[in-house]
Design a protein around this ligand. Structure first.
Ligand SMILES: [Zn+2]
Ligand SMILES: [Zn+2]
Length: 344
């Protein structure tokens, strides 16, 4: 079977080598293993970093990327009861140790010994994979494998909203209308929140509007703070979620958040919030990494999400053109949404 490899053991023009490799068919590792034929995989921002040799957990390694993927079950171990051959599934990429402090307090998504498929270890960019049954979830018949490849990023959005502890009626300001920002906006709306999106790229602004975000503001054209204050009758947003890594987003959030507000960090970037504002308004600053128990809630909400999933997907490549797909993703065209690769 064919695997797509990003090999950072040696570089060409400063980047890891990428190539297809013939590998033996994987076999079940134990009685809880599930063998899956991969059908579709999405390219995430972190995959682009791996492709460019800039991902801290993958530097110097040879790996098969891919943590957002779907497929069809081929064979299951003797103790597997949840799945059978022919089932359609999506992969859950994280696996935790169950013993470290984070695991003991129920935050397995930041486990000290966290493993992530396709990041530090081999992932889904190959024709067949074997993972434990706890790393698979059923997907409904009416969703395509390509559409279902977006379930994993939706779990990241769901985690951000869960960290924000959204209440119906909350006003949420989201920075960045890339795929994760849009999915976070959609998720926040499904919780009954009013969503204000801040984005500077025209294509993304249009997409956010088409997807029904309540307000979409281009901070290059409109005074964002003034506009947000007007929308919230001077109270300020209750939640700010940074999905873009905007340098001054946190400082601004400290100033405009309502008392008891929450600032959620999804994209990397410096955080500078005035301690006096944090204290006086009892603000909470929260990091959101990976996800915990969000697959089933997201899958149950797919009927709401699916009409926009096709809008968020901007290109589909065949598996054989994975190199081209990654190279295109790496060019970071501002209008590019989610790129998905389809197998066979
Ligand atoms: Zn991802
Ligand atoms: Zn742990």
């Amino acid at each position: 079977m064919k695997a797509f490899v990003i090999d950072d053991r040696e570089r060409v023009d400063g980047r890891p080598k990428v190539y297809f490799e013939e590998r033996p068919m994987p076999i079940l590792k134990n009685e809880r293993s599930v063998l899956v034929k991969v059908k579709a995989a999405g390219i995430c921002g972190s995959d682009i970093h791996i492709f460019e040799g800039r991902h801290g957990m993958c530097i110097g390694l040879k790996i098969v990327p891919g943590h957002e993927f779907t497929g069809e079950v081929v064979e299951v171990g003797s103790a597997v009861t949840k799945f059978k051959a022919g089932d359609r599934v999506v992969h859950e990429p994280t696996s935790s140790c169950g013993e470290c402090y984070a695991c003991r307090v129920g935050q397995e998504n930041v486990c000290t010994n966290l493993t992530v498929s396709g990041c530090g270890s081999d992932g889904g960019w190959q024709e067949y994979v074997v993972y434990d049954e706890k790393q698979w979830h059923h997907i409904p018949d009416w969703v395509s494998y390509v559409q279902a490849a977006l379930i994993e990023p939706y779990t990241i959005a769901a985690q951000a909203c869960s960290r924000a502890e959204l209440f119906p009626g909350d006003v949420v300001l989201i920075h960045g209308a890339g795929p994760i920002g849009l999915m976070t906006g959609q998720t926040a709306k499904s919780f009954g929140a009013t969503v204000i999106m801040s984005e500077i790229m025209e294509g993304r602004i249009n997409l956010a509007r088409e997807m029904g975000m309540d307000y979409v503001i281009n901070p290059k054209e409109t005074n964002l703070v003034k506009e947000v204050m007007k929308i919230t009758n001077g109270e300020g947003p209750n939640v700010v979620i940074d999905c873009a890594g905007i340098p001054n987003a946190s400082q601004q959030a400290g100033e405009i958040l309502s008392p008891a507000g929450r600032y959620v960090v999804v994209a990397s970037g410096p955080v500078h919030i005035d301690g006096d504002l944090v204290r006086l308004k009892a603000l909470r600053v929260l990091g959101s990494r990976q996800q915990k128990e969000q697959f089933e809630p997201v899958i149950s909400k797919l009927p709401i999400y699916v009409k926009d999933i096709d809008r968020i997907i901007s290109s589909i490549y065949p598996f054989e053109m994975s190199k081209e797909a990654f190279a295109f993703a790496s060019e970071r065209h501002p209008e590019t949404g989610k790129i998905v690769v389809k197998f066979d």
